[in-house]
Ligand binder design. Structure first.
Ligand code: C2O
Ligand code: CU
Ligand code: CU
Length: 525
């Protein structure tokens, strides 16, 4: 008996209801055709952007340029500052928007694979969320229309075609989506050159400066791709010239699977002011911060105590428990190196900040940054009976509650009601059915992400490597991704509002996601 619902026909109704946004053709088997979205004539955008994914070349090292794929964008309507290009980088332009702005994005695919853009962290309607069933082919255009509903924060966008998200992000397709609002503006935080986004990614290049991806076969897919070079904003050996002043650093872990334990090289505590879903209620001083794939933190970086010539660094400090295959204990994959890439949990430099200029600053850190409602599980319809989702790896498969991704299906336990609040318990369940390979082999971190909303973390248990990372979780604010180490569980509080339809939840280790560690949940009216 099939307990699952087939949602294909629902999509027809919805497409029609939304003025022909997209059509579903069951005969084509599990993907949308005619995904060319038609703009709603009644939607009047404040900002209109043409966004294109296309192949290109960028000079990352001396010698041969690196072939990449990247997003380029043009403002068709609205403030020119909405789109800000990063010089000499494969990274997509930075979108700068304000809460309440109505946005129309005409996304055109000029790469050789199907693709679609997802706005990571944004609260948008189903048809604007970049679900893989909306992929478009080369030459096609998908039109997104949504109102920026999120509060001020550091969000981002990246491809989301099923099975190809990892390689497409790796090839260079990703960009930041920065939102500001009145509450944030009133704080007068560092801005302009003092508002510095840092997208952290790891990459491996061959002798001709070309990107190499997953050359290590199935074992490498299962642990997730790990590169041997750290790039910040698409540049290796990143160094920023700064003044003796205060900076707002926005860190995004845009890596496919690498986790960072971020700290200042001289032991200065990190002053954390924001996370995935924007500013915290109050600044939080941390010895270091754990940053899993897709997670963001914002730092208040005060360089005023340094002298010109100093060069403090952001580094990633070694930690335990992310060994993946290393958990096998010894042997060739247990030694912490696969190919030449350092294992997850290795230490290295991220970026240095060269103090080049004396400046006097009168900025002081606000004691209150924003208001965040109390995360009260009593609001949940299932406070005493959380929905449980177990993320597990076994040889060649990556599952959630034993299931892998199905394009348009949800199971009974993946259907939620609009305008309700729920508690979900996300469990890193390690491996199963290892047989002779030994029980712990497939234990690896799973950074779990839920689409369409920001949630709160109400409980986190310990897990592998706990003692080396326990002071580095920032669970206080709004989140869309939670890093679960092997054996770790987190309870999150989510509210489903405004939009019905199919949304994704998945592991944001992009290789795990591509292997199918991704599912739909359905918000029903
Ligand atoms: Cu960055 Cu489906 O997510
Ligand atoms: Cu997302
Ligand atoms: Cu995972």
């Amino acid at each position: 008996m099939d307990r699952r619902k087939f949602l294909g026909y629902t999509a027809i109704g919805l497409g029609a209801a939304l003025g022909g946004f997209t059509l579903w053709n069951p005969a084509k088997g599990g993907r949308s055709v005619a995904a060319k979205a038609v703009a709603d004539p009644n939607f009047v955008p404040d900002v209109e952007i043409a966004l294109t994914a296309q192949p290109g070349k960028v000079q990352i090292f001396s010698g041969q340029a690196t072939r990449i794929q990247h997003y380029t964008a043009k403002v068709l309507k609205g403030p020119a500052e909405t789109v800000q290009t990063i010089e000499n980088s494969y990274l997509g332009p930075i979108f700068r928007l304000k809460t309440g702005q109505k946005v129309r994005v005409h996304f055109t695919n000029q790469i050789d694979q199907e693709t679609i853009v997802h706005w990571h962290g944004l609260h948008v309607p189903e048809v604007a969320d970049g679900h893989p069933r909306y992929v478009i082919d080369k030459g096609e255009t998908y039109v997104y229309e949504f109102t920026v509903a999120n509060r001020a924060g550091t969000y981002w966008f990246h491809p989301h075609p099923h099975g190809k998200t990892g390689p497409q992000v790796y090839s260079g397709l990703a960009g930041l989506f920065l939102v500001s609002d009145d509450e944030e503006q009133a704080l007068n935080l560092p801005s302009g050159a003092y508002d510095l986004p840092l997208v952290i990614q790891d990459r491996t290049f061959d002798a001709h400066n070309q990107l190499m991806y997953l050359t290590g076969g199935m074992m490498q897919r299962m642990s997730g791709f790990l590169g041997d070079r750290i790039l910040i904003n698409g540049r290796p050996d990143a160094s920023f010239d700064v003044a003796t002043n205060v900076y707002r650093l926005r860190l995004l872990n845009g890596s496919n699977s690498r986790i960072y334990k971020v700290a200042w090289s001289d032991g200065t505590p990190l002053m954390v002011i924001g996370t995935d879903g924007g500013l915290l209620e109050q600044p939080l001083s941390k010895p270091y911060v754990m940053l899993g794939p897709a997670e963001r933190i914002e730092l208040w970086a005060d360089f005023s105590k340094y002298a010109v010539g100093d060069a403090p660094k952001l580094i990633s400090v070694p930690f335990d428990g992310a060994g993946g295959m290393g958990m096998m204990g010894g042997g060739m994959m247990g030694g912490g190196r696969r190919g030449s890439a350092p294992a997850n949990g290795s230490g290295f430099d991220l970026a240095s900040f060269k103090i080049v200029k004396k400046e006097s600053s009168n900025r002081s850190l606000p004691t209150v940054l924003s208001r965040i409602p109390l995360a009260d599980s009593a609001q949940a319809v299932n406070a005493n009976k959380p929905r449980r989702f177990v993320f597990a790896m076994s040889m060649g498969s990556a599952t959630i509650n034993g299931r892998t991704f199905e394009m348009t299906r949800v199971a009974d336990d993946e259907i939620v009601k609009l305008n309700t609040t729920e508690v979900w318990e996300l469990i890193n369940g390690g491996g199963r059915g290892m047989g002779m390979m030994g029980g712990g082999m497939m234990q690896m971190p799973h950074p779990v992400h839920v689409h369409g909303l920001q949630f709160r973390i109400i409980e986190r248990t310990t897990g592998s490597g706990w003692n080396s990372m326990k002071d580095g979780f920032v669970d206080e604010g709004w989140k869309d991704t939670v890093l679960l180490m092997p054996g770790m569980r987190a309870k999150i509080l989510l509210r489903f509002e405004d939009f019905t339809g199919l949304f994704l939840y998945h592991c944001h280790n992009l290789e795990h996601e591509d292997m199918g560690m991704m599912r739909n949940y359905l918000v029903e009216a």
